[in-house]
Design a protein around this ligand. Structure first.
Ligand SMILES: *[C@@H]1O[C@H](CO)[C@@H](O)[C@H](O)[C@H]1NC(C)=O
Ligand SMILES: *[C@@H]1O[C@H](CO)[C@@H](O)[C@H](O)[C@H]1NC(C)=O
Ligand SMILES: *[C@@H]1O[C@H](CO)[C@@H](O)[C@H](O)[C@H]1NC(C)=O
Ligand SMILES: *[C@@H]1O[C@H](CO)[C@@H](O)[C@H](O)[C@H]1NC(C)=O
Ligand SMILES: *[C@@H]1O[C@H](CO)[C@@H](O)[C@H](O)[C@H]1NC(C)=O
Ligand SMILES: *[C@@H]1O[C@H](CO)[C@@H](O)[C@H](O)[C@H]1NC(C)=O
Length: 292
């Protein structure tokens, strides 16, 4: 499992690198060197790169040298030293690791919102790259915490329409993963499970859509799929539309996200778990009509 995780991480690194090269060509800070000293020097603004915010996935942390630590290095090396902030949820690495399973996303988002406001390097805005559940958490951050502004969002294997099945839990012991899976299958919408297990908060049961809408404590909110619209949701669509670009990467061979099409906002039609609703026919597309 660990080996698989490493391979996945490497694949992700390659994808991120290509996307960053493709997405940020205009952010190249280095104007062609001008030997003519009488020309106007570039302003500080022009020299300052737009920083990058990373949010790790389940079973990972902000800074392992073989995962996001390495992603940070790749970004820095290929963009002449862009500032990278990799979110560490909690005071230390252990809390950060545990947060991926056990800290409620709403709490993590409050923390992340504070952390980016505190970081003066991000004051003028930032690009964001999210891995796995970090993808939907960053989208939620764009919706709930618009200041400082997120410029572009890249979600890599995110679960924007939730999951219905958890085939694999990277870096957890098999027994623990089995236990979480059992919990999800039998009681994802029980209040204590919603409080206890992060993955329950984006559990999306297509056989009981109404239970999802009434009882999910996270995903139904950011996807505007609650039974009644809450006042806090008023600015979600407006804030999301402020993104310049929103790129969603789906893995064709994904052993963690089920269905993998959730990475592209697609999900099972209610009442069964075989047929999918195309993105452009989904409710979220109508309601939020994200710019791709
Ligand atoms: C340097 O730039 C100035 C202003 O753009 C121009 O007038 C001048 O001819 C340039 N000198 C050389 C040597 O290119
Ligand atoms: C943000 O800054 C405040 C005030 O300095 C501090 O109390 C808080 O812990 C910081 N939060 C984070 C997430 O960095
Ligand atoms: C849907 O969930 C509710 C409450 O969680 C439960 O009472 C109901 O029996 C479920 N319906 C189906 C079809 O599973
Ligand atoms: C969800 O809430 C609606 C309206 O309050 C109710 O009619 C429906 O039975 C609830 N469904 C479940 C599964 O609890
Ligand atoms: C939805 O997308 C499919 C292919 O991706 C396209 O053929 C279809 O015309 C689109 N429908 C609408 C309503 O935009
Ligand atoms: C989302 O769109 C559906 C119809 O497509 C509508 O019934 C619902 O009220 C909308 N929700 C919000 C929050 O705009």
């Amino acid at each position: 499992m660990c080996h698989q995780f490493l391979m996945l991480t490497l694949a992700i690194l390659m994808v991120v690198y290509q996307i960053i090269k493709w997405l940020f060509p205009h952010d190249d800070p280095m104007p062609a060197p001008t030997p003519n000293l009488t020309t106007v020097a570039p302003t500080l603004e022009e020299l300052t790169l737009i920083p990058v915010l990373l949010w790790h996935g389940m079973g990972d942390t902000c800074c392992f040298p073989f995962s996001l630590g390495h992603v940070s290095t790749i970004i820095k090396e290929n963009t002449a030293g862009t500032y990278v902030h990799s979110l560490k949820i909690g005071g230390n690495f252990i809390d950060d690791y545990k947060s991926g399973f056990l800290t409620h996303p709403n709490k993590q988002l409050d923390y992340a919102c504070q952390a980016i406001k505190n970081d003066t390097n991000l004051a003028k805005g930032y690009h964001a790259v999210g891995f796995s559940q970090g993808g939907q958490f960053l989208r939620a951050l764009a919706q709930r915490c618009p200041d400082p502004p997120m410029r572009n969002l890249i979600s890599i294997g995110g679960q924007h329409q939730g999951i219905f099945g958890l085939p694999d839990c990277p870096s957890l012991k098999r027994e623990t993963c089995e236990y979480y899976r059992t919990l999800l299958n039998y009681g994802a919408y029980k209040p204590w499970v919603q409080k206890f297990l992060v993955q329950a908060t984006y559990w999306h049961d297509p056989l009981n859509e109404s239970a999802y809408r009434n009882k999910s404590t996270f995903l139904n909110d950011i996807n505007l799929q609650t039974t009644e619209t809450q006042p806090s949701q008023a600015n979600y669509a407006k804030n999301l539309k402020k993104l310049n670009k929103f790129v969603m990467v789906k893995f064709l061979d994904d052993s963690i996200v089920q269905p993998k099409e959730s990475s592209w906002f697609e999900f099972y039609k209610p009442g069964q778990d075989k047929e999918l609703t195309p993105f452009n026919k989904s409710e979220i597309y109508n309601n939020v009509s994200v710019v791709l």
